[in-house]
Design a protein around this ligand. Structure first.
Ligand code: FAD
Length: 474
């Protein structure tokens, strides 16, 4: 491994551009090839998630690269969920009982633009757009490209290749096509897809519903969510089965049926989406899936990062955050490497990185599936609501002692996803058991003493469950 090595990154999306920036800051020579046009000069948002929820793990990586403040300038804080029932009633639920714990709505394009601009400020970074990688010769670290504008085909030889080319990664595809090593790979599609719609700003450019919340219309088998944009609009996403149930993407094909579906299920949202029929019929339907694979690297030659290594469903709002955290963890590995004279090649770095990272990306993939069911269904369940109320009270009254699963995952970037999953799941189980067994009783104005009793019971039960899980090897 050498600072003079030519590093090739495939993909200048969120992960690839942050990785390019960070490697450049560390003095590496980086060339990036991106298949799309430069999103700072061309509008290419159609069909991809327009805004995203950015939280503490993402911020930590942006801070490392010195761009946290720039990102914050384009963030809209969302302090909690605002649930909309079928009659149009709403109820709010904060993400945390602690002050200052919230997630942020941010434009994918604007954030990506900031990262590209910052990366390009470094002389040792070159970014090429409109150049699609067609295949990778992993043994010889040669990537083959096609230029979308000139139609020219060309090859790039480098010392090491990072595949940050997203869920449909070409580098990953070459791992299993070339069969040079034992490559494990799974891709599981969800039965549901997604479609984006828009609630426009009002006549004076203001948000028509609370911009301080992530809005959810949970309906059991499907749901609608909405995140605010800086221009007063909301990006609305419908998550719906492709072919199951009375309403699904395959049968919502006429204007009449689309209107009936929204009138019945989301009347308050329908009133805010004037172009519903056009948008529904013209906007693409996207698939959702989980990709797990290993190993991520091939010898000292290539490695996968971001969605290319671990695409997840979007229900924890963590895909981008996890991809950014990849860069943080990779950077930490490089730090340990530079202090250690014994280790002197990329393969050692890649192996250490993968060992440190894999169980965490597997954990967030599983948590994201859990949250799919929680968001579309459980959030409206009275038992779940009671659990959430207790958790908010515990967090508020014992801010240093109680952290819900959501909080462990979203606001505690020093705790790994895997640890957050284990502790969070045990805690959920403990609290639900105590409620069902009538061991904890709640009322509107709980005193601190009453809550302290609950806290101790939850802690004890959680530790018992964790101990049992350990014995069971979970
Ligand atoms: P990408 O962002 O997909 O970037 C890959 C880049 O590689 C792209 O620019 C692409 O054009 C380029 N590329 C692909 N193939 C090639 C090729 N052959 N040659 C050259 N270039 C190529 N995450 C969150 O944290 N919070 C959220 O709220 C959230 N919401 C989401 C909502 C939806 C509907 C979806 C689908 C995802 C959401 N995510 C969210 C996940 C997030 O979008 C991804 O995890 C994140 O974009 C991963 O970044 P990446 O750079 O690895 O991949």
């Amino acid at each position: 491994m050498n600072k003079k090595d030519n590093i090739l990154i495939i993909g200048a999306g969120l992960c690839g551009s942050l990785l390019a920036l960070r490697l450049a800051q560390r003095g590496f020579k980086v060339t990036v090839y991106e298949s799309r046009p430069d999103l700072r000069t061309t509008d290419i948002s159609a069909g991809r998630s327009i805004n995203l929820a950015l939280s503490d793990r993402g911020f930590k990586a942006l801070r490392l690269a010195g761009v946290e403040e720039k990102a914050k300038e384009i963030c809209i804080p969302m302090y909690g969920r605002l649930m909309h029932d079928i009659k149009g009633n709403t109820f709010a639920s904060n993400y945390s009982g602690r002050e200052g714990e919230y997630i942020n709505s941010i434009s994918r394009g604007d954030l990506n633009g900031i990262l590209l601009t910052e990366a390009e400020k470094h002389e040792n970074v070159t970014i090429h757009f409109n150049k699609k990688c067609a295949s990778v010769d992993i043994e010889n670290t040669i990537a083959h490209f096609k230029d979308y504008i000139t139609k020219e085909e060309f090859s790039v030889n480098s010392d090491v290749i990072f595949g940050a080319d997203g869920a449909g990664s070409i580098l990953r595809k070459n791992y299993y096509l070339e069969r040079k090593f034992l490559f494990s790979y799974s891709q599981n599609y969800l039965s549901h897809g997604y479609k984006e719609l828009e609630i426009p700003a009002d006549k004076v450019g203001k948000h028509q519903i609370s911009k301080d919340h992530l809005h959810i219309w949970p309906r059991g088998e499907y749901m609608l969510i909405a995140l605010p944009n800086m221009d007063g609009s909301f990006t609305v996403t419908l998550f719906l089965s492709y072919d199951e149930g009375e309403y699904n993407f395959n049968n919502l094909t006429s204007e009449e049926k689309i209107t009936t579906f929204f009138e019945e299920q989301f009347p308050d949202a329908l009133a805010l989406i004037p172009s519903i029929k056009d948008e529904f019929l013209n906007n693409p339907t996207g698939a959702l899936g989980t990709v797990k694979c290993s190993p991520w690297h091939y010898k000292n030659k290539t490695i996968l990062l971001g969605d290319a290594a671990h695409a997840i469903v979007p229900f924890y709002g963590q895909g981008m955050n996890a991809s950014f955290e990849d860069v943080t963890v990779f950077d930490e590995i490089l730090n340990s490497f530079e202090d250690d004279e014994e280790i002197s090649d990329w393969e050692t770095v890649f192996k250490r990185y993968e060992k440190a990272r894999k169980q965490d990306t597997d954990a967030i993939a599983d948590l994201a599936i859990d949250n799919f069911h929680e968001m579309k269904d459980h959030v409206a369940n009275p038992l779940f609501k009671e659990k959430q109320k207790i958790e908010k009270d515990l967090e508020k009254n014992f801010p240093d002692q109680y952290f819900s699963k959501y909080s462990l995952v979203t606001f505690n970037e020093e705790i790994s996803y895997n640890e957050a999953m284990k502790r969070g799941r045990a805690q959920d189980k403990a609290l639900l058991n105590l409620i069902v067994d009538d061991e904890v009783h709640t009322h509107l104005n709980m005193t601190k003493e009453e809550l302290k009793v609950i806290l101790e019971k939850v802690k004890e039960e959680t530790n018992d469950i964790l101990e049992e899980d350990k014995i069971a090897g979970l």
